[in-house]
Design a protein around this ligand. Structure first.
Ligand code: IDP
Ligand code: MG
Length: 139
């Protein structure tokens, strides 16, 4: 099924200059960047994106992290884009992420920031419902 999903390079990826490395990997598996924009995420946008995580121990730190520097927001399009992009990203914990994945291959030596947040370079929607919801926040 042809799908659109929300993809984002997080502040740690931008700070390390990995934009082209990361978008190149997305394109190499045959997915298309239908839109791409660098922004400084507003607090309201961050709260909306991470609404499903409200109440979790890492929520406040996650909001601080995602608003700590520029991010690149994207719409990614292609056959089964949601699942294929999540597979390309790898496990949430970069130390558990497989070789060949963005999180596994490009992780830093220290994957936890000063707030206890896992720095894992990228975000991708986890379901068709969230893809629709997340795209609408930023595009
Ligand atoms: P995902 O990005 O792989 O979909 P989610 O569970 O949706 O993972 O969590 C959103 C983000 O919050 C993660 O990418 C990571 O940056 C951070 N995070 C998730 N779980 C933890 C945790 O247990 N401790 C610290 N940070 C976490
Ligand atoms: Mg998620």
């Amino acid at each position: 099924m042809l799908e659109r999903t929300f993809f984002m390079i997080k502040p740690d990826g931008i700070a390390r200059g990995l934009e082209n490395e990361i978008t190149g990997r997305v394109e190499r598996i045959g997915l298309k960047l239908a839109a791409s924009r660098e922004i400084n995420m507003a607090l309201e946008e961050a709260a909306s994106l991470y609404q499903p995580h409200v109440g979790k121990s890492f929520y406040n730190g996650l909001i601080r992290f995602i608003t700590s520097g520029p991010v690149v927001t994207c719409i990614v399009e292609g056959e089964n884009a949601i699942k294929r992009l999540r597979e390309l990203m790898g496990d949430t914990d970069p130390l558990a992420a497989a070789k060949g994945t963005i999180r596994g291959d490009l992780k830093e030596a220290a994957v936890i920031n000063e707030d206890g947040i896992i720095k894992n370079l990228v975000h991708g929607s986890d379901s068709p419902e969230n893809a629709k919801r997340e795209i609408a926040i930023f595009f």
